[in-house]
Ligand binder design. Structure first.
Ligand SMILES: Nc1ncnc2c1ncn2[C@@H]1O[C@H](COP(=O)(O)OP(=O)(O)O)[C@@H](O)[C@H]1O
Ligand SMILES: [Mg+2]
Length: 183
């Protein structure tokens, strides 16, 4: 995988599998400080200390075969390759928080990729899961919160074609607006 958005999709897939109802995706592009932070927080079933240990144990994970996705160990490895750090904390019945940082200009750091598409897919995927997406670009912030959108829609499905188109445009434009050069 050569796009961070695909790693994010893969990590959020864990949150979905863990029956989360609320998922927060924080992306912080702090170019001035040469750091990129990706954080995913969920309120799913969480992990026991034993599972948490396994998830971060490279010996254990290196022996594991995967059919799909890259999983947490590869994300961790990627962070470390990019001279960043990886942190995961989890509590059973409470949820999980995973934070990865990267040196922004590191040669090995994959581009963010199509983050608009990624967020859009997650928003549309399951209307019963609320997503908050916060994207910071230096000191500018864009937030997309499905709870707010649902309130405005007042019962209208997110999966209506016109709503779907609107959501995608809204995320795309929001992201563009924080990345625009200041005049
Ligand atoms: N957000 C999460 N909430 C609860 N359990 C999780 C979460 N993320 C990972 N796990 C646990 O850690 C395991 C390993 O995750 P991962 O490395 O992504 O591999 P995989 O998804 O292929 O099992 C999962 O199978 C699951 O048991
Ligand atoms: Mg996984």
């Amino acid at each position: 995988m050569n796009e961070l958005s695909l790693y994010i999709l893969d990590i959020v897939q864990n949150s979905i599998k863990a029956k989360s109802k609320n998922i927060v995706i924080n992306i912080n592009e702090d170019i001035q400080n040469n750091i990129l932070i990706v954080e995913i927080i969920d309120d799913g079933i969480g992990m026991s200390d034993k599972t948490l240990e396994k998830v971060t144990d490279p010996f254990f994970t290196s022996r594991k075969t995967r059919k799909v996705g890259m999983g947490i160990p590869l994300f961790k490895e990627l962070c470390e390759t990019c001279l960043g750090s990886f942190h995961i904390e989890s509590q059973e019945g409470i949820g999980t928080r995973l934070t990865g940082t990267f040196e922004y200009d590191n040669i090995d750091r994959p581009p963010l990729g199509d983050i608009v598409e990624t967020i859009y897919i997650l928003v549309i995927n399951d209307e019963d899961i609320d997503i908050v997406y916060n994207h910071l670009y230096n000191n500018k912030k864009f937030t997309f919160d499905t709870k707010e959108i649902k309130q405005i829609l007042d019962g209208v499905s997110l999966k209506q074609i016109d709503v779907m188109i609107w959501i995608k445009d809204y995320i795309r434009e929001g992201l563009q607006s924080i990345k625009e050069e200041e005049l």
